[in-house]
Write a protein that binds this ligand. Structure first.
Ligand code: GCO
Ligand code: MG
Length: 402
C-alpha cells in the first residue's frame, strides 16, 4: 500500500477545524485532526506546504518510521505547530491501518483494558448558584464526573465559564477579546463554590476545576489547600507549567490531585513533573501531542511514575481527535479520565462518528479504524472564519497569564 494524495481540509461548522485526509492506492483513506485553536492556518500550511510532499509514495503501515521521519527529520523539533501537524499525520495512519485490517484502532493498541472511558462534562454559571444548578443537569444526564467553573463577582466575564448549557466555545470571531482578571477576587470565591456543590450533591460525584495557568506557585498551593475538604478529582493548570520546578513548591503545600499538560506538545515538557511525582494526571492528547504514537510514549513514562492520563477534549478538538483519544484511553493501563465537551450539531454532522456516550462513559465503537468520517458536502458550506482565544489583563491593565 502506498500514500497517493494528502488533503488539508478547513471548515468552520460553528468553529474552525483543520482535518488531514491521507489517501492510498488501495482506496483506503485516513483522517487526522490538525486544529490548533487561533493558529489554525499555520498548521494547515505546515502540512500542505512542507509535510504532504514528503508523504507521497510512502507505505502508510510504517507509522513509527514516518513519525520519526517527521520529528527527527525536520531538525526543528517540538513546538505546537510542528507537533499538531505530526499528530494529524500519525492519527490518519492509525486510521488507515485499522480500516485496512478491518479492526478498530484500539485493537491495534493492545486491545480494550476497560469496558468504557470515564468522562467529565463542564458545568458552569455566571454565579455560583447557576453553576451548582448546572452540575445537577449533568448528573441527570448520567455523568459521574463534572468540572465546575463560576463567574467571579466583580469581573465582567471569566474564561472557562460557558454561555450555553452543553456547548462552550472558547474562541471568538474577529480579533482577540480582552478579559479582566483578579486572582484575589477569584481565590476568595472558589472554596465556597465547592462547599455548595458538595452540600447539594454529596460525596459520590467526581468534581474537577480548572485554574487555567493563572496563579503563582504560592497562590496555587493555597488554593489546593483550601479545596482539600471538598476532595476534588483534580485541580487543573494551577500555574504555568513551563516552570516545572514550581510544582515542587505547589506539591509541598497541598494533597489536592493536580492535572497539567493540555498545552504540552511532547513528553519533554513534562519529564520533571513526572519523574518527581509532582502531578497526578497528564492532560496531553493526540492532536497537540504528536499523535497516538507519541502519546503512547508520554503515557508510558507517566505510568512508570504512577501518573494517569486525563486527555484534553475541549470543543476546539475535532471529533477526529476525540475518537483517537478514546481508542487510546480504552487501551492503555494508566487511563484516568477523559474530558468530554459536546460539539454542536453542525460539527457532529460534518464528522459522523461511531463513539457514543452512555451512563457517564464514552466508547469509541467497533467500526474499523477510528470510526469517524468527513462530509465534504456539508463542510464546504462553512468557510474558515478568523477567530481567537481571548487574552487576559489584570484590573490595572497589565497582561496576565491565563
Ligand atoms: C479545558 C481548557 C480549554 C482550553 C481550550 C484552548 O478544556 O480544560 O482549558 O477550554 O482553554 O481548549 O484552546
Ligand atoms: Mg484546561
Amino acid at each position: 500500500m502506498r500514500i497517493t494524495d494528502v488533503e488539508v481540509l478547513v471548515t468552520c461548522p460553528g468553529r474552525n477545524f483543520v482535518t488531514l485526509r491521507v489517501h492510498t492506492d488501495e482506496g483506503v483513506y485516513g483522517l487526522g485532526d490538525a486544529t490548533l485553536n487561533g493558529r489554525e492556518l499555520a498548521v494547515a500550511s505546515y502540512l500542505r506546504d512542507h509535510v504532504a510532499p514528503c508523504l507521497i509514495g510512502r507505505n502508510p503501515f510504517q507509522i513509527e518510521d514516518i513519525w520519526q521521519f517527521l520529528y527527527r527529520g525536520a531538525y526543528w523539533r517540538r513546538g505546537p505547530v510542528t507537533m499538531t501537524a505530526i499528530g494529524a499525520v500519525d492519527t490518519a495512519l492509525w486510521d488507515i491501518k485499522g480500516k485496512a485490517l478491518n479492526v478498530p484502532v484500539y485493537e491495534l493498541l493492545g486491545g480494550a483494558s476497560r469496558t468504557g472511558v470515564l468522562v467529565y462534562g463542564h458545568a458552569s454559571g455566571q454565579s455560583a448558584g447557576e453553576a451548582v444548578e448546572a452540575v445537577g443537569r449533568y448528573l441527570d444526564l448520567g455523568y459521574k464526573a463534572v468540572r465546575v467553573q463560576a463567574g467571579v463577582p466583580g469581573l465582567a466575564g471569566t474564561y472557562g465559564v460557558g454561555r450555553g448549557e452543553l456547548f462552550y466555545e472558547p474562541a471568538e470571531a474577529g480579533l482577540p477579546a480582552e478579559d479582566v482578571w483578579s486572582t484575589e477576587r477569584y481565590l476568595a470565591t472558589v472554596p465556597s463554590l465547592f462547599e455548595r456543590v458538595r452540600a447539594e450533591y454529596g460525596e459520590e460525584v467526581h468534581l474537577l476545576h480548572d485554574a487555567h495557568h493563572r496563579l503563582t506557585p504560592i497562590q496555587a498551593g493555597r488554593l489546593g489547600r483550601d479545596l482539600e475538604p471538598y476532595r476534588l478529582f483534580w485541580l487543573e493548570d494551577v500555574a504555568p507549567a513551563e516552570q516545572q520546578e514550581a510544582f515542587r513548591l505547589i506539591r509541598g503545600h497541598t494533597t489536592t490531585p493536580l492535572a497539567v499538560g493540555e498545552i504540552f506538545s511532547t513528553v519533554h515538557d513534562a519529564t520533571l513533573l513526572l519523574r518527581e511525582y509532582l502531578i497526578d494526571y497528564l492532560r496531553m492528547t493526540v492532536v497537540h501531542g504528536g499523535g497516538i504514537t507519541h502519546l503512547r510514549t508520554a503515557a508510558a513514562y507517566a505510568d512508570v511514575h504512577q501518573v494517569r492520563t486525563g486527555c484534553h477534549g475541549a470543543t476546539d478538538l475535532s471529533p477526529v481527535a476525540m475518537a483517537a483519544a478514546l481508542h487510546f484511553d480504552l487501551s492503555i493501563p494508566n487511563f484516568g479520565i477523559q474530558e468530554y465537551m459536546r460539539h454542536t450539531a453542525e460539527t457532529d454532522e460534518v464528522f459522523p462518528h461511531a463513539y457514543a456516550f452512555s451512563g457517564g462513559y464514552l466508547h469509541p465503537g467497533d467500526a474499523p479504524g477510528l470510526g469517524v468520517d468527513y462530509r465534504d458536502d456539508l463542510a464546504e458550506r462553512f468557510p474558515y472564519q478568523r477567530a481567537y482565544l481571548p487574552v487576559s489583563r489584570l484590573e490595572d491593565g497589565t497582561m496576565s497569564n491565563w
